[in-house]
Design a protein around this ligand. Structure first.
Ligand code: ACM
Length: 511
């Protein structure tokens, strides 16, 4: 006869189904196993310690759990007490994990195993787990609250290595805190790039120590006549670090040779004879300003500017703008782009420019960003350049949703939430093959917005759709299925106090 034993109490989880979890972006594969993992006070997180970045991902998960449900979960703390449940974030060199951002989950009753090759992959996986944790606990299963996560396997990897949004901090200035809030939301939906449009006719927004008037003179205005503003180099570095902690790369843009009124107002020698005389501009016109493409001093100036910004930017890219230089002679424009490309490369960065730059003989390592001229993007692709897909008619977050929605413009058309979602970057431009596409970016120009609530009104919910277009395989892009999952984002948006446009196209799950 065995001695007296206490039988381990089985938890009878309610029916859960991983296949129905409203994940965005939709993972490549979810294989439900019909049971569940109970997240509770007896759960702990452990991570591989071979790479300290993995422990940081574990800390990020712990902080996210605390913020969402108030539960404290330790990271890599050994304990005498018996651990009931374990989340293990494992650095794996499995050949199943193809790209740096790939990850896999094995969710079982007592353990969650997250495998990733890199900390970036682990971080993307952690976003999936955040989405799987319910807002409310089930208090009837055990004597302490338990948050029920459906069991199964998830296999996932991004479609594109570049998934971005752009924020125009030039037409209206956005504070460091406002940009950080946007970065947080981008991270939740697995974006990996934030492009900052740091200069335009109405304002220069980044401190350049060797040319102080750029901010002393050039930052004090914005569209509509507000006071403008700029990031000190310390603030910019803080943003870069904040983004890097979320595995997001900052792409700085200094737009040139056009869109340079604020710079030429600060330093008149930059001004091009064919351009309008610089003055404080608070209107929304474009295409009237230019740098002088034939002056050596302009290139010495740009060498300093690019050197300082590149030195604070660990990411591989520097964006030179290049759009709408309508008053720059074509020969001057081409000469300018080729000279600036050399400077960007000298400072060890890869040049990105709006599709107009393909008029020049750009290096195949440089990248063209399609916004309005497929023929220029095609030319760049034919010469071996990679393309970022950002068509104004589909991906511009500043286009109004419809004729009655607030904020935004409609020069490229209205973009209702379904129209923003129902297209595939892979097939959008005939002739640009999948291999030529670096990724997708959704730009948010700020002529009509000046604070987080207005920014969010235009960005949300459309940005969530671009997250899926950039990450999920084409077979998974399905509006009917997506709009159900989109409706289920409301608790997250509300918890984060993110404003969004409540389009009637979606049956929002609101209280
Ligand atoms: C642009 O919208 N001018 C790139």
């Amino acid at each position: 006869m065995a001695a007296c034993q206490t039988e381990k109490k089985e938890i009878n989880f309610p029916k859960t189904d991983l296949a129905n979890a409203p994940l965005i972006p939709k993972p490549i594969k979810t294989i439900p196993t019909g049971s569940a993992f109970g997240l509770d006070a007896s759960t702990a997180i452990y991570t591989s310690i071979t790479d300290p970045e993995f422990e940081k991902v574990g800390q990020f998960l712990s902080k996210s759990i605390k913020e969402k449900i108030g539960l404290d979960v330790t990271v890599n703390v050994s304990t005498e007490e018996k651990l009931e449940r374990l989340i293990y974030i494992n650095q794996s060199d499995s050949s199943d994990l193809e790209s740096p951002e790939s990850y896999q989950f094995y969710i079982k009753k007592d353990s969650i195993l997250l495998n990733a090759k890199t900390a970036a992959g682990a971080f993307r996986g952690v976003q999936t787990l955040r989405q799987l944790i319910p807002e409310t606990s089930n208090d009837t299963l055990t004597d302490q609250p338990m948050w029920v996560i459906p069991s199964g396997k998830i296999v996932d990897a991004p479609k594109y290595g570049y998934r971005g949004s752009m924020l125009d901090v030039a037409r209206h200035f956005f504070t460091v805190e406002e940009v950080k809030k946007y970065i947080d939301a981008l991270a939740y939906y697995k974006f990996n790039t934030l492009h900052l449009h740091l200069s335009d006719d109405q304002g220069w927004r980044i401190e350049i120590k060797s040319w102080p008037k750029l901010t002393e003179v050039g930052s004090a205005s914005e569209v509509g006549g507000g006071e403008g503003g700029f990031y000190t180099q310390e603030e910019y570095k803080d943003l870069v670090t904040y983004a890097a902690d979320r595995h997001i790369t900052i792409v700085p843009e200094i737009d040139m040779p056009g869109h340079t009124n604020a710079a030429s107002l600060s330093y008149p020698f930059l001004h091009y004879a064919g351009a309008e005389t610089p003055r404080v501009r608070t209107d929304m016109k474009v295409g009237y300003s230019s740098f002088d493409a034939r002056k050596d001093t302009v290139y010495s100036f740009l060498d300093d500017v690019i050197c300082e910004i590149a030195g604070m930017t660990p990411g591989p890219y520097f964006h030179i703008g290049g759009d709408e230089s309508h008053v720059t002679k074509k020969s001057d424009y081409i000469y300018f782009v080729e000279k600036v490309e050399e400077i960007v490369q000298k400072h060890n960065k890869r040049m990105i420019g709006w599709n107009e730059i393909a008029q020049a003989e750009i290096n195949s390592n440089s990248i063209a960003q399609l916004w309005n001229e497929p023929e220029n993007a095609l030319k760049a692709a034919e010469n071996g350049s990679k393309i970022i897909i950002s068509p104004a008619k589909r991906a511009y977050l500043d286009m109004q949703y419809d004729s009655i929605s607030e904020y935004g413009l409609h020069w490229a058309g209205y973009i209702p939430v379904d129209v923003g979602y129902k297209w595939d970057p892979e097939t959008y431009v005939e002739g640009i093959s999948k291999e030529s596409i670096l990724g997708i970016e959704a730009p948010l120009w700020s002529e009509t917005i000046s604070n987080s609530a207005e920014l969010e009104y235009l960005a949300f919910p459309r940005i969530i759709g671009y997250a899926e277009l950039g990450w999920s395989i084409s077979e998974h892009l399905n509006w009917e299925d997506y709009k159900e999952r989109l409706a289920a984002q409301v608790p997250y948006l509300e918890a984060m106090q993110i404003n969004y446009y409540p389009t009637k196209l979606v049956d929002w799950e609101r209280e």
